[in-house]
Structures are given as C-alpha cells and as structure tokens.
Design a protein around this ligand. Structure first.
Ligand code: ATP
Length: 266
C-alpha cells in the first residue's frame, strides 16, 4: 500500500469531523472520496496533507508515519495537492505559478527559492524544462505567459493542477478539481486526472461531487458520512450499497454515465 490510514479521528470542539476512519490506497490507484457536505472529506485530505493534526490514528505513506512530520515536508516526501478554492498568484504568469511549485527543490525555503527569479540560471533552466513538460502535458502552452488572474475558472484550475504536480509527486490530493466547471471543462479535467494517473503513474486521491465522473474514472471509491466511513470498494460495489443508494443517489439512480453525471452527491 502506498497510503495506509488507520483509525483517524478529528474533532473541532463538539464536532466530530472524522471518526475512526480507516482505508488504504494502492500505488497508481485512482481513489475517490465522496459524501454529503460536511461529511469530513476535506478534513481527511487535510490530515494527509498535514494541514490538520488528527486527535488519534496513524497515516503511513510508503511505510513511514506521516503524522508528526511538518506540513512543509509533504512536497519532498512526494505528496502534492490542490485546494477546493483556487490558490494561485493572480498577478503572476502561468509559468511562474507552476515554477513556484518547484521551489522546494531549491533550498527548502521560499525566499531562497525566489532567488532563482534573479539569478540561479542553470538550476532554473532545468526547472523550466520540467515545467515546460507539465505545460505540454496539461495542454496550456497557449496561456503559459498569461497572468493567472485573467484566465477562465477552468483554466485556472488546470494551472493549479500543474503546480500540484510540478514536483512529480507520487501521491496527488485533489479537492473537488471539477467544482464550478462547465461540462466541457469537466471532461477535460477528468481526462487530465486519468492521464496523470495512467501516463505519469501518479496515485490520486480525489474528492469530487460529480457522481458520473467519480464512477467513470475511479478505481475505488470511499463514502464518508458524518465523519465516518460508510463503505469503500469498486465503483459498482459502492453504487450497490443500500446506504449509498438511499442517502446520496436516490432510489431512481441510473447507472448510465450520461444520466449519472447530472447527479451530485450533495
Ligand atoms: N477548521 C475547522 N474548524 C471548525 N470546524 C471545521 C473545520 N474544518 C472542518 N470543520 C467541520 O468538520 C466537519 C467536516 O467538514 P469537511 O470540510 O471536512 O467536510 P466535507 O465533506 O469536505 O464538506 P464539503 O463537501 O462541504 O466540502 C464539518 O462539520 C465542518 O464544519
């Protein structure tokens, strides 16, 4: 297993955001987390990315305990992430935004990392080459010099994905990568998520509300509700689960992707 999550609980005052959650993700798997609003999905991602510290439990990545390690170490360990809300530097170009994703490879420090804007040419060249590969991969050549703030929402989400994978993580955590997108943008993003999983071999954990996309592209799916795991398994197993049928999908849920994609968990 690349990621082994055991007995994770997390509370905020009286709110139990996560209750004894256990699951594991294999290398090169595309694993989705679904559930209604407030189910604990982002909290789970935040525990893996180090943003939140769970009250108890263990999260092992490639056999090593992650809990207790600094959040800032996650990129070096091999974990990248995107956020539910866009977190780009709007005044910077697409290229520079993605370069920021690689600053950890310089001196582990944002300020020294920024020094490459002013000089460290050789190292910068190497980084640029790598970033250009990502730009090609995500088909954003045409906007590489555009200011991030001027782009459409769908393209900004794609730039954010580019930054998350700039360091070539083993595991990438995607928090609602298709939220707020139109159909065409969603299809593009779904294709890129599949490609980074299948072509680049990255393991993906994705939170996504669009059930059609989730069931279409995931290897396995986990359902959370009120902070607890309802079930996990193959998409068809999860779809057949009574609790999932009743609580999230409605009795009339149709398995066809065209119909399914109209439905959202919450
Ligand atoms: N930083 C925080 N402070 C206080 N409560 C929080 C915090 N983060 C999450 N919670 C609470 O924990 C519970 C789980 O929230 P979380 O954001 O993980 O759910 P979610 O499944 O990601 O929901 P959504 O689909 O709306 O993003 C909610 O009741 C939420 O209000």
């Amino acid at each position: 297993m690349l990621l082994q999550v055991d007995d994770i609980s997390l509370s905020f005052g009286g709110i139990k955001a996560l209750q004894n959650v256990c699951f594991s993700v294999k290398e090169a798997e595309l694993f989705s987390i679904i559930g209604p609003n407030g189910a604990g999905k982002t909290s789970m991602l935040n525990c893996i990315s180090g943003r939140y510290s769970p009250d108890k439990g263990s999260i092992k990545f490639a056999g090593e305990e992650l809990l207790g390690r600094k959040t800032s170490e996650r990129p070096e360990i091999g974990i990248g992430r995107t956020f539910q809300n866009l977190a780009l530097f709007d005044h910077m170009t697409v290229l520079d935004n993605i370069m920021v994703g690689r600053h950890h490879l310089l001196k582990n420090n944002f300020l020294t990392g920024m020094a490459y804007w002013f000089g460290a040419q050789k190292e910068e060249l190497e980084h640029r080459r790598h970033v250009e590969d990502i730009i090609d991969f995500l088909e954003i050549q045409h906007i590489r010099n555009a200011q991030a703030g001027t782009l459409s929402y769908g393209l900004r989400k794609r730039v954010e994905l580019a930054r998350a994978i700039a360091l070539g993580p083993k595991l990438v955590l995607l928090d609602e990568p298709m939220a707020g997108m139109n159909m065409e943008e969603k299809e593009d993003m779904a294709r890129f998520v599949v490609d980074l999983n299948q072509e680049l071999g990255m393991t993906v954990i994705m939170i996504e509300h669009d059930m059609g996309v989730v069931m279409d592209i995931s290897d396995r799916v986990m359902v959370l509700d009120f902070g607890a795991k309802v079930c996990d398994g193959l998409p068809e197993e999860v779809m057949a689960n009574d609790h999932v049928q009743k609580a999230y999908l409605g009795a009339d849920f149709d398995d066809e992707p065209e119909t399914a994609s109209q439905k959202e968990v919450a």
